[in-house]
Design a protein. Structure first.
Length: 117
């Protein structure tokens, strides 16, 4: 089965060294991050430590610092940098023509909801 993608925003909608939140009705939100090299990452918007909103953290390099307890989370893997432990869910991202897409199956949306994209 081929991957289906959902357009969630434009790269320009994500602040450099910041994040944008993609709301989900029945699951925790997804945070879309942009680093200084315009690389785009997507993680569940919950720190593996105490569930802090990663979208409100500071992006540096390929990590985000959780705003609650300053845990450093790797944007590529969703895992905490040592000595901290734990991971948050990461999402597959595709960028085409300045638009950011997430894998529909990973988002957990019904196919009928893709028409809005």
């Amino acid at each position: 089965m081929s991957q289906q993608w959902k357009a969630v925003c434009k790269v320009a909608d994500i602040p450099v060294l910041g994040a944008r939140v993609v709301k989900r009705a029945t699951q925790p939100d997804v945070a879309i991050f942009r680093n200084s090299e315009d690389r785009i990452f997507a993680l569940l918007d919950r720190c593996p430590h105490k569930g802090g909103p990663l979208s409100q953290g500071i992006v540096f390099g390929e990590r985000v610092a959780c705003p609650l307890h300053n845990w450093n989370i790797e944007l590529g893997s969703g895992c905490a940098a040592e000595p901290d432990e734990g991971c948050t869910q990461k999402f597959t991202v595709k960028v085409e023509e300045g638009r950011v897409f997430l894998d529909l199956a990973e988002l957990g949306l019904a196919a009928s909801e893709t028409a809005a994209a």
